[in-house]
Design a protein around this ligand. Structure first.
Ligand code: GLU
Length: 323
């Protein structure tokens, strides 16, 4: 009997030490045990991938849970990250660069110095989706039309403005509507807009949805204009949307793309970001299962095209695995 009691006490002791240890691991002084991940609208790619990332943290990083939040995307996200309202965020690499260096849409504000990189992930393709019956055959035909240019504070909206400008078109020449991807898809379907800009990984749910129920097409950007855009804004690359990516899309579409990346606020500890980065790369299957573009994440490409300094925790993981 006595030995049973002492056995029980030993077990209790082990249990309480383990509990304290697990909690201690998560909580460096001032470190949250619940992390917030900023994504984008529900009909994009950030949302499912940010959700998978949050699940990986909750399931695989001891003592920490994470929650994915729907937001207006990149520009909103860099601000949320910089002020510490969220801990991780999916963002475009062009917006990350402008924010960190106080350029373009951030030129009136102090640079957002708290942004750090974790990994570059996949190309985000600028998709200019138009109602097939709106008489729009080229970018120039967008003049005078109702155009969804992205959610307020999205990277999409910044891309729409730059790409329209490269064609000599300003917001004064169109009727700009600031809509999320889901709202833009509804508006295209209901005939409330003639065209919509979408900057997101392929395939994008909003474009898949509208193309199955409605007659839409995707505009190409002429090579000469694409080259001029890339000369002015080096984060763009020329890419092809392969025929068949969407219903009724019979031919390749030539356009430009930026890169999606995972970022983190500078204030999180090296230890925590190391453990999160390690969990992510050890569970790539969970990430890829959430959306095809999650499959692009790899150790080989994670640090390419990264405009931010890597967080020391991510850098430590990459060093450890010989990157
Ligand atoms: N890249 C888009 C933006 O920042 C969001 C893409 C997405 O939600 O997948 O506007």
């Amino acid at each position: 009997m006595r030995s049973k009691i002492s056995m029980l006490m030993v077990l209790l002791l082990i249990f309480s030490v383990a509990t304290v240890f697990a909690a201690g691991q998560a909580e460096a002084p001032g470190e949250p045990a619940r992390l917030a991940v900023a994504t984008g609208g529900t009909a994009g790619v950030y949302y499912p991938l940010g959700g998978a990332f949050a699940n990986i943290i909750s399931e695989k990083v001891a003592g920490v849970t994470a929650n994915a939040e729907s937001t207006g995307a990149s520009v909103v996200n860099v601000n949320l990250l910089n002020t510490g309202e969220v801990d991780f965020a999916m963002i475009q690499n062009d917006i990350a660069y402008y924010a960190f260096n106080g350029e373009e849409m951030f030129s009136d504000n102090p640079a957002l110095a708290n942004l750090r990189g974790v990994a570059s992930i996949y190309p985000e393709v600028i998709q200019i989706v138009v109602n097939a019956n709106a008489g729009i055959d080229s970018m120039n035909d967008l003049r005078g039309k109702r155009v969804a240019v992205g959610a307020p504070g999205s990277g999409t909206e910044a891309n729409a403005r730059q790409i329209l400008t490269a064609h000599g078109i300003s917001y004064d020449d169109i009727r700009a509507d600031f809509l999320s991807f889901a709202e833009a898809a509804d508006a295209l379907r209901d005939g409330n807009v003639d065209a919509a800009f979408v900057t997101a990984g392929l395939p994008t749910a909003a474009v898949t949805d509208v193309s199955t129920t409605h007659n839409v097409k995707i505009l190409s950007i002429d090579d000469s204009v694409a080259r001029a855009i890339i000369a002015d804004y080096p984060f763009y690359d020329q890419v092809t949307i392969p025929a068949g990516t969407y219903s009724r899309q019979d031919s390749d579409v030539s356009t430009v793309a930026v890169m999606a990346m995972l970022s983190v606020r500078a204030g999180l500890s090296e230890d925590l970001v190391y453990r999160v980065t390690k969990a992510l790369f050890e569970n790539l299957d969970m990430f890829a299962a959430a959306h095809a573009r999650g499959g692009n994440l790899s150790l080989e490409t994670a640090t390419g095209g990264m405009p931010l300094d890597l967080h020391p925790g991510a850098a430590r993981y990459f060093r450890e695995v010989g990157r």
